[in-house]
Design a protein around this ligand. Structure first.
Ligand SMILES: Cc1cc2nc3c(=O)[nH]c(=O)nc-3n(C[C@H](O)[C@H](O)[C@H](O)COP(=O)(O)OP(=O)(O)OC[C@H]3O[C@@H](n4cnc5c(N)ncnc54)[C@H](O)[C@@H]3O)c2cc1C
Length: 410
């Protein structure tokens, strides 16, 4: 059979992009396809660990995985570059340093922070959306402890941390921060009673939509470690030294040097700025994960919108779904190239587990089984380790896996 070699370009080496690459490098023959992976960094990182990097309970090196360690260089060319735009009508992608042409495109560019136009939020709030941002926040937290000790006139706003958003990311961050604060207080000889960790959530409860009993458990666990919750409240303005919020029509100002925003994500804005029809900034994909407008463009992860018809709303953006989608995308790329039948994709939600720091967690597995405490903590580590194994086999698992059941906070 004399088949023309197809050029497959994958944009983004996050969960969706990396898993697609590792699958198609195995399933396609060298003479069938030229595979190119484009990513802004020379490493892949586990986005789901970033809250731990952001407080320093896990080092950046643990979270980062060099892309060259996972791809097969005989089959995949890796280009470290920034994607600027996609021109699907001309089948090309504009990168900062070059232009790429493709036969098949996979868009896996992930998410961006949504600031909802709150004045000062973009300029003054810290976010947890990539390794650099996480590193900045980690340094800032510790720097404020050190300044508090150094400064003659004691400024309690240096020890006040305000976290906007009580969804999964916010709650996981709160848990890590509460653990880390104990360590920092010991290190800088600061009375723990002086530290305030305040969560501000717009809806009447944290983790909206999640099991009520588990939400209560999470709140108790975090409150026991000093976290204060203000629910039903919205950010109005951020400045370098304060945050203004509104609750019941009343505005209150908190003096703080650290505002962390974890209350909103949207798809990478490249999608909206390129020539695609979007729904909530994402591409609403066909059942086979392709764009309805361009049959050679697959979309995956946080850039793709899939409806959950049972609930009448889109599936939330999660790593779990991005990883599952990569299986369908890899299968369908091969089918597309070989002119075979494609398969449809439907997420199979295996469960949701949220950590509450190093020693506590909550989750729902197998549709409605609740897990909490140390069992959920172990489960969370199993989920993380399972991904590493899927991505890079035993070698990657041994190198990067989380094996200590209750590790010490560094
Ligand atoms: C702190 C935190 C905790 C989370 N916890 C969980 C959890 O427990 N379970 C869960 O299922 N989900 C969790 N999520 C959500 C999950 O991380 C995302 O849904 C998932 O990362 C989406 O995968 P993706 O492949 O679409 O994008 P990503 O994994 O974000 O990857 C996108 C990739 O594209 C690259 N990129 C972006 N822009 C460009 C550009 N212009 N040029 C080149 N490269 C670019 C990025 O560097 C990145 O490597 C969490 C998210 C956060 C922030």
């Amino acid at each position: 059979m004399n088949m023309e070699k197809k050029s497959i370009v994958i944009l983004g080496a996050g969960y969706g992009g990396m898993m697609t690459v590792t699958k198609i490098q195995k399933s396609l023959r060298i003479e069938e396809a030229e595979i190119t992976l484009v990513n802004i960094n020379e490493y892949h990182y586990q986005t789901t660990w970033l809250h731990q990097n952001a407080v320093g309970t896990v080092s950046d090196d643990r979270t980062k995985i060099p892309i060259k360690d996972v791809i097969n260089p005989q089959k995949v060319t890796f280009i470290q570059d920034k994607v600027l735009s996609i021109q699907p009508k001309d089948k090309k992608v504009i990168l900062e340093k070059r232009i790429l042409h493709y036969d098949v495109l996979v868009i896996a560019l992930g998410f961006e922070v949504e600031t909802f136009d709150v004045p000062g939020l973009e300029a003054y709030a810290y976010t947890i959306n990539n390794i650099e941002k996480a590193r900045e926040l980690r340094r800032h937290i510790e720097h404020n402890f050190s300044l508090f000790v150094k400064e003659e006139k004691k400024n309690l706003s240096r020890l006040t941390f305000v976290i906007g958003g009580g969804g999964f990311t916010g709650v996981e961050f709160l848990g890590e921060l509460a653990d880390r604060v104990s360590e920092l207080c010991k290190k800088y000889n600061v009375d723990k009673q002086l530290v305030r960790i305040i969560n501000i959530e717009a809806t009447p409860t944290i983790l909206p939509g999640f099991d009520e009993q588990l939400v209560e458990y999470a709140m108790n666990s975090l409150e026991a470690r000093g976290v204060e919750f203000i629910t039903g409240a919205t950010f109005k303005e951020c400045t370098p030294t304060s945050v203004l919020f509104e609750k019941y029509g009343m505005q209150t100002k908190i003096s703080t040097h650290t505002i962390v925003w974890s209350a909103g994500v949207k798809a990478n804005s490249i999608i909206k700025e390129s020539d695609f029809t979007t729904n909530k900034g994402k591409i609403e994909v066909n059942n086979d994960m392709r764009s309805p407008e361009y049959d050679n463009v697959f979309v995956i992860g946080d850039c793709a919108l899939i409806m959950d018809f049972e609930k009448g709303k889109p599936y939330p953006p999660t790593a779990q779904i991005a990883i599952q989608e990569s299986e369908a995308v890899a299968y369908n790329i091969r089918a597309y190239i070989r002119n075979e039948e494609m398969e449809g994709f439907k997420p199979n939600i295996l469960g949701t587990v949220a950590s509450l720091g190093n020693r506590d967690a909550i989750g729902i597995i197998f549709k409605n089984k609740k897990v909490l405490g140390w069992k959920a903590t172990i489960l969370k580590k199993i989920i993380d380790n399972r991904y590493l194994f899927k991505l890079g086999g035993l070698r990657l698992l041994v190198k990067k896996g989380k094996f200590a059941i209750f590790p010490r906070v560094k």
